[in-house]
Write a protein of this length. Sequence first.
Length: 94
Amino acid sequence: MSNTALKSAERRPVIAVTSGEPAGIGPDICLALAAADLAAHIRVLGDRELLQSRAAALGVDIGALAIEHVPLRASCVAGRLDTANALASTISTT
């Protein structure tokens, strides 16, 4: 990569995207970002294991997707809402 390309990549904005309702379509939409060629660094806020599981089920490679792990409070089944996961949680920075 050229010096100019490196500098351009460094200046790209960072966009944080929440995965939304774990049992809904939000995690799937976030996975689509893994293949998108965007002019920004995308950071998905969501449960890493949920996103990895959904990616495997959908055949999506999320190797390059930056995920800020926000753990679920309860296990998740696509299409089945669980109010335990609606409770506010904090993002771990460790």
